[in-house]
Design a protein around this ligand. Sequence first.
Ligand SMILES: Nc1ncnc2c1ncn2[C@@H]1O[C@H](COP(=O)(O)OP(=O)(O)OP(=O)(O)O)[C@@H](O)[C@H]1O
Length: 287
Amino acid sequence: MSMTNVERLREFARPDRVFDFMAPADSPVDVRHGPILYLEDVSVSFDGFKAIDDLNLTIDDGELRCIIGPNGAGKTTMMDIITGKTRPDRGQAWFGSRHNLLQMDEPQIANLGIGRKFQKPTVFEALSVSANLELAMVGDRRVWKTLLARLDHEGRERIDEIMETIGLSAERDRLAGVLSHGQKQWLEIGMLLMQRPRLLLVDEPVAGMTEPEMHRTAELMTRLAGQQSVVVVEHDMGFVRSIARTVTVLDQGSVLAEGSMDEVANDPRVIEVYLGGDEASDVREET
Ligand SMILES: Nc1ncnc2c1ncn2[C@@H]1O[C@H](COP(=O)(O)OP(=O)(O)OP(=O)(O)O)[C@@H](O)[C@H]1O
């Protein structure tokens, strides 16, 4: 006999399997006097090679920021530092004014409200869309106790709300494994949203998507900003143009340029290191 979703949750949530990352965060993120993310003079070397070199970056609460830059510019390494996967050799990294990210480990940072979406979708293929979202909610400490007993009204409402946001309401009972690539990406974003992140880091969300999926992803990213801060790393310039307010260009581990899409696309230094190709000239012509 197959397990119901609630039984699956109970199994996942056995008291002898309580993980560290489910421990309550010590205090809320304080953005009253400043940005939600603050990186100052951050550097990290791998075998003598400076992957991140005196990087300074500030993200405001509710902002949607796009990060672009050539291969090897340090975009992934920067996200690794923010999420605690990589420790910088020096510099500062703060989440709000209260939380020093360099004194926290990966689970603590995730629990604090920094969600990361990797390029490839990782959903539970054998579970339905709604069951995937239910499981993701287990990470939310506020509903943790309730879920041990049953999924309460508030939890169901949250799942409905997220399904609406990611455009998968009509797919709620379908197995995640049969969704299109784009739908799987949206589902995984929904799973992150279930944990009520304050900052979402999204790595190349539209890679492999069809044109209509790309448009819907642009709408989704735009809608998410404001509710939470969103940092998108993406190579597709058409997509970046469609969502960007502020674009940060990374090169050789530090910020080469920052500004509106038009400003960075017409910056000679950016054109030289990044926008030299044919795709880039298309972007410039549009400006
Ligand atoms: N763990 C590591 N050990 C050694 N070198 C590394 C490590 N991680 C990253 N690097 C190097 O640091 C540089 C920055 O890499 P990173 O992956 O951050 O760039 P990126 O901007 O994300 O590139 P892409 O657009 O190709 O994903 C690269 O030269 C990479 O080879």
